[in-house]
Ligand binder design. Structure first.
Ligand code: MLT
Ligand code: ZN
Length: 456
C-alpha cells in the first residue's frame, strides 16, 4: 500500500486532501505571516484514526504538523516555510469534536480535542456551569490547541490558564500508542502528570485527542467598566487597589489610546473617554448578584481613575469588550504585524511598556508599535507593523523582556516564530531536559519538528 493509500484507509478518502487548492486554507495561518506546504491534509475523527495516521507516518518517516482551529499566532500549526525534502502531513483535529456528558458532581466534562471553545462553553452553560478560560478567538480555537499552547486569555486572573483546567487527557503517541487518563480523579499521586506535561508542548510530544476539563460555577451577573488612567504604572496601581475589594474580579485588560482609537475607527464608533488618559483598563466583575455597585465603590476609591464609563446593559458590555477584543483584527487591517506575546513580573510592567518604543525604534526606526494585553498577568501583546527585519525586531523586544526577568511567550506558545529565542527564557539545563522528554515521547522527532525547541 502506498503512503497516501494508508492515509485514505485510516480516515476515509474524503478526509485526505491532496489537491493544493483544498489544502491551501489549512497551510496558511490566519495572520498570513506563516505558511508552508504539506504532503496532505488529513482529518481524523477518532483517536483510533489518529493512531492509524501516526503509525503510517512513523512507518514512512513522514513528519506531522498538528492543527486545531488554526488560530495560533506563532506558526506552530502550519507547515514550515520553504521547499521541503520531506513535507509533513498536516493533521487537523477539528472532527474530534464529541461533547461528553457534564458531571455536575465532579464539575468536569470530557470533550474531543477539536471542540471549539464556544461549543465547550455553551455545553458547560447548558448544564448550569461554565468553562474558566475565555479568549477572543473562541469561535474557532479548539480545546486541544488551547491545551497544546497552554492558552490564557481574559480570565486567567480568576481561573488560571488552560493547564489548570486539565483533569486528564487522551493522546496518541508518534508510534500510534494511545495513552488515556480521562477518569478525572480529584486526587491522583501516581507519578508524572502526562496531561500537564502535554499542556504547552505545542504538538511536539503527542497528538491530543480528548480532554477531561474542569468546569467552574456559572456567575450570571456581570459588571464591566472602561477606565482611563495616566499610563501603565497607574494601571498597575489601580489593579493592586481593586483586587482585594472585588473578589469577583475576573478580567483586567490593558489598552492604550492609539489602539483604542484604531479599534473604534475599525468598528465605526467613537472611542469612549477620548483624551482622558494614555492608557485604559477594562475591568469585569462577575457574581451571583449584580456586582455593579461594588465595582463603582472600588473605582471611586482609586485616585488613578481619570475617567470611567460603566456598562449599563449587556449590549454596552459587549461594546466595551469589542474595544479590547477588536485589537487583533483592527491591527491586521494595517498589515501583517510581527506579534510578540510577552510577560514580565508585574513590578516591571511599566518599565517594559516605557522602554518598548525605543527598543523597537533602535531595531526598526520606521516601524509602528501597538501594544495591549492582560494587565493582571503583566502580559503584553507587542505588535510591530512595517518591520523589514523581523528577526532584528524580535531580538530587540525579546532581549528587553528577558533583561526584565520576563517570559518570551506568555500565552501564545513558542511555535516556529520564537524557537530560536527559547534560550532567553529557559536555561541550558532546562532545554536539555526538554529535549530528553521529546526524545522519550517521539524518538524519531516526527511531531511538529522546528516548533518550540530550537534546532540543535
Ligand atoms: C488577545 O489577547 O487578544 C490575543 O492573545 C490575540 C492577540 O494577541 O492578537
Ligand atoms: Zn491575549
Amino acid at each position: 500500500m502506498t503512503f497516501e493509500a494508508a492515509l485514505r484507509s485510516a480516515v476515509g478518502p474524503e478526509h485526505v486532501l491532496i489537491d493544493p487548492d483544498l489544502r491551501a486554507s489549512y497551510e496558511r495561518d490566519w495572520t498570513g505571516r506563516f505558511s508552508g506546504e504539506s504532503r496532505a491534509v488529513v482529518r481524523p475523527a477518532t483517536a483510533g484514526e489518529v493512531a492509524r495516521v501516526l503509525e503510517a507516518c512513523t512507518g514512512a518517516r513522514v513528519p506531522v504538523v498538528v492543527q486545531g482551529g488554526n488560530t495560533g499566532l506563532v506558526g506552530g500549526g502550519v507547515p514550515p516555510a520553504g521547499p521541503a525534502d520531506n513535507p509533513p502531513v498536516l493533521l487537523v483535529t477539528t472532527r474530534l469534536a464529541d461533547l461528553g456528558e457534564v458531571s455536575l458532581a465532579a464539575r468536569q466534562v470530557t470533550v474531543g480535542a477539536g471542540t471549539t471553545l464556544a461549543a465547550l462553553a455553551a455545553h458547560a452553560r447548558a448544564a448550569g456551569l461554565d468553562f474558566g478560560v475565555d479568549l477572543a478567538a473562541r469561535e474557532s480555537a479548539t480545546a486541544g490547541g488551547m491545551v497544546a499552547t497552554n492558552a490564557g486569555g481574559i480570565r486567567v486572573l480568576r481561573h488560571g490558564s488552560m493547564r489548570e483546567q486539565v483533569a486528564g487527557v487522551e493522546a496518541v503517541l508518534a508510534d500510534g500508542r494511545i495513552v488515556s487518563r480521562l477518569d478525572g480523579l480529584a486526587k491522583d499521586s501516581t507519578g508524572y502528570d502526562i496531561g500537564h506535561l502535554l499542556a504547552g508542548s505545542e504538538g511536539t510530544l503527542a497528538v491530543l485527542t480528548r480532554l477531561r476539563l474542569r468546569l467552574v460555577a456559572a456567575e450570571p451577573e456581570r459588571a464591566v467598566a472602561f477606565v482611563a488612567v495616566a499610563g501603565t504604572s497607574d494601571a498597575v496601581d489601580l489593579l493592586a487597589s481593586i483586587l482585594p475589594k472585588l473578589p469577583g474580579l475576573c478580567a483586567a485588560e490593558l489598552c492604550f489610546a492609539r489602539g483604542v482609537e484604531l479599534v473604534a475607527r475599525h468598528l465605526g464608533i467613537r472611542p469612549p473617554l477620548e483624551g482622558a488618559g494614555d492608557a485604559y483598563v477594562l475591568v469585569e466583575v462577575a457574581g451571583e448578584v449584580d456586582p455593579v455597585d461594588d465595582l463603582l465603590a472600588a473605582l471611586a476609591s482609586c485616585p488613578q481613575v481619570l475617567d470611567a464609563t460603566v456598562a449599563a446593559s449587556a449590549a454596552d458590555r459587549a461594546r466595551l469588550w469589542a474595544l479590547r477584543e477588536g485589537h487583533t483584527e483592527a491591527i491586521s487591517t494595517l498589515g501583517v504585524p510581527v506579534k510578540l506575546d510577552v510577560s514580565v513580573p508585574v513590578t516591571r510592567l511599566a518599565e517594559l511598556a516605557g522602554r518598548l518604543p525605543d527598543a523597537v525604534a533602535a531595531a526598526e526606526p520606521a516601524a509602528d508599535l501597538l501594544i495591549f494585553g492582560h494587565l493582571a498577568e503583566a502580559n503584553l501583546h507587542v505588535n510591530v507593523l512595517g518591520a523589514a527585519d523581523t528577526e532584528g525586531v524580535t531580538s530587540a523586544v525579546l532581549s528587553l523582556v528577558a533583561s526584565l526577568g520576563g517570559s518570551i511567550s506568555s500565552e501564545h506558545g513558542v511555535g516556529r516564530a520564537k524557537a530560536r529565542w527559547l534560550g532567553l527564557s529557559r536555561s541550558r539545563a532546562e532545554i536539555d531536559v526538554m529535549r530528553s522528554v521529546k526524545a522519550a515521547f517521539d524518538p524519531l522527532g516526527l511531531l511538529n519538528p522546528g516548533v518550540l525547541l530550537p534546532a540543535e
